[in-house]
Structure formats: structure tokens, C-alpha cells
Design a protein around this ligand. Structure first.
Ligand SMILES: [Zn+2]
Length: 330
């Protein structure tokens, strides 16, 4: 847009567009009413969002969503329900109902197509498990995926690794990358709490077989040139975030470092029910928030509101989520 467009006044637009049409455009009440009521179409939400990080193309895909009771006791697990409900309300959130989204990320480096996490898979939640279809809508074929990176072993991240009864790999030509600590935890199964027993069985069934063609990363390890792991343990025993860099542009795919854009970010010390080690989860959140806010490092979060791309701003002793706008388009 030119500066001239910005400086056009309402009066000028009125003159340019002609009186009646312009009046209608400004809600002047001259619009003709339609002959038949338009059908109600239900909610429509965007599910594919592609942007560039240097020479890389990054596509976020909405595997789906789930709605349920909350945010307490999932968030603010160590707070009273009243305190969490009051806080939710003060932030404009429904105090007793919430939604979680699942957002997979695909990075095309130009040499490799790298998928971060496999989504829920078909069976888990009727409103999720859409990744394989949406991947096609986004312009890719499952066979084109070269590498599947698993950030951690929870069901919403590994559920889509295999499809169908016989357990065929959803991404037949891919090799796999796991954090070594995470893979070993689920493989060995020592000290898995009761609430995670089914999760462990699922991991053994759908993720462990890929160990045979997997790379295991320890500390800061390289997936491919420009993509490296960032240990962020706490939410799960060996949870990994991934740092993406191309032509000096950077991005952190933080997976489940924070699971709610208000509850986890503005109240990082509040315990999250499904964090494996709740204190470590809180410490990791604050460490990562400090890093990304100081560096103004863009973030993609698996459970952040779609398109799940934004920044974290420090605000006193707290933080806030700032959705990205056109930052990557210019
Ligand atoms: Zn998750």
C-alpha cells in the first residue's frame, strides 16, 4: 500500500465511490435485503498456515481440538478452583469450560521435509486426527515426509504415527528422531505412574517400533542443518523443543513447554495436571520464557491458539503471549 492510500479520508472515499454505494459500505442502511435467508454454516476455522523462516517454509496444521471442563484442575492444579476460575474470568475466559488445540508443524528446508509430531491419530478424539488429510490439503503427500520428529511421548503427539488396523506407518518413507531420555523412559517403563500406564502401552505399540530407524538426540543435537533440539524436560521426562534457523531468521518450536496461552504463560508457576514433574515443568517454562522474550525469538506452540505462532513478552514477574502478525510476510 502507498502512503496515499492510508491518508485517504472518509470524505474522499465517499466522493470516489459515489454517494449511495459508499453510504452502504459505511453501514448507511441503503443495502438491499436478501430475498432468502442465507443458510447457517456452523463454525469455520482456519487449519493451515504457512510462513517463511529465512529460506525454510514452515506450515502449521491444525490436527484438531478438544473441549472440556477447565481450566481447573488441569491448570492451577495447586490452586483452589475458585482462584483459577476468578483468574480465568478476569482474563475474559470461560471459567469452567475450555478448548485445547493440537498444532503440528512441517518444516521444508528445501532438502528435507520435517514433520514435528504425528498428531492424535483417528481413534482418540472425534474432533482431532485430521493431520494426514490436511497435510495433503496443504500441498504435501505423507510419502514426502523425510523425517518425523517426536517432541515427547504423549498420546496427542504419537497417536498418528501408524494408521489402520495393521499398524501401517502413516509416513512410510520417513526416518524418526526422538529425544533419547524420552524414548528410554517409555521403553523401559520404570516408575510410569498409574495415570500414564495406557500412554506407556500406546508408546510401546505405536512409537517404539520406529526406534529401529531412529536417531536419538541428547542435549542439543542436530536433526538436519538448521534444526536442533533444546532439552526442555518437565512436562515429560525427556521433552524436547526444537530451534529452527535459516538465513539468520529463527524460530523455537516449543511443543508442550506451555500448554495454555494464558494459564501457562501468565501464571508459569501454577502446576499443570499432566506435567510429569510439576516443579521442573514450571522451571522450564520460566527459563524458556526468559530466553524467548529476551531474544524476541518467535515461537510455535503445539497447544497455542491457531496458527500457534507468536512471541512471549515479559511483564513484571509474569509473561504474556503475543500472537504473530505479518512479522514473517515482509
Ligand atoms: Zn501435547
Amino acid at each position: 500500500m502507498t502512503g496515499n492510500t492510508f491518508s485517504t479520508t472518509r470524505r474522499e472515499v465517499f466522493k470516489l465511490a459515489g454517494g449511495a454505494a459508499a453510504a452502504a459500505a459505511f453501514g448507511g442502511g441503503l443495502a438491499q435485503s436478501a430475498k432468502a435467508a442465507a443458510p447457517m454454516l456452523g463454525v469455520s476455522r482456519p487449519s493451515i498456515y504457512r510462513f517463511k523462516v529465512g529460506a525454510f517454509e514452515v506450515t502449521n496444521i491444525l490436527d484438531g481440538y478438544v473441549q472440556g471442563n477447565g481450566p481447573h484442575p488441569t491448570y492451577g492444579n495447586n490452586q483452589t478452583p475458585e482462584a483459577v476460575q476468578a483468574y480465568a474470568q478476569s482474563q475474559g475466559l470461560n471459567p469452567t469450560r475450555m478448548e485445547s488445540v493440537y498444532v503440528n508443524t512441517l518444516v521444508n528446508t528445501g532438502k528435507e521435509l520435517v514433520l514435528f509430531d504425528a498428531g492424535n491419530g483417528k481413534a482418540r478424539i472425534p474432533t482431532a486426527g485430521k493431520l494426514p488429510e490436511l497435510l495433503v490439503t496443504a500441498g504435501y503427500k505423507p510419502e514426502q515426509v523425510d523425517i518425523v520428529v517426536i517432541t515427547h511421548g504423549h498420546p496427542d503427539h504419537i497417536g498418528g504415527l501408524m494408521e489402520g488396523e495393521g499398524g501401517k506407518p502413516t509416513y512410510p518413507n520417513a526416518r524418526y528422531v526422538f529425544g533419547e531420555v524420552e524414548f528410554d523412559y517409555w521403553k523401559k517403563g520404570d516408575g510410569v505412574p498409574e495415570a500414564r500406564k495406557a500412554n506407556r502401552e500406546q508408546f510401546v505399540k505405536v512409537a517404539q517400533p520406529f526406534g529401529e530407524k531412529a536417531t536419538f538426540l541428547k542435549g542439543e543435537g542436530e536433526v538436519v542443518t538448521g534444526i536442533r533440539s533444546v532439552p526442555t524436560f518437565g512436562h515429560s521426562p525427556g521433552h524436547m523443543a526444537y530451534h529452527v534457523e535459516s538465513d539468520g531468521k529463527r524460530l523455537l518450536i516449543w511443543a508442550d513447554v506451555a500448554n495454555h496461552y494464558i494459564m501457562s504463560i501468565q501464571q508459569p508457576d501454577w502446576h499443570v495436571a499432566f506435567d510429569h514433574d510439576k516443579e521442573a515443568g514450571a522451571a522450564t517454562r520460566k527459563r524458556v520464557f526468559d530466553m524467548v522474550s529476551a531474544d524476541k525469538l518467535a515461537v510455535v506452540g503445539y497447544h497455542m491458539p491457531f496458527p500457534a505462532l507468536g512471541f512471549v513478552e515479559k511483564s513484571g514477574t509474569s509473561y504474556r503471549w503475543v500472537p504473530a502478525s505479518y512479522h514473517f510476510n515482509l
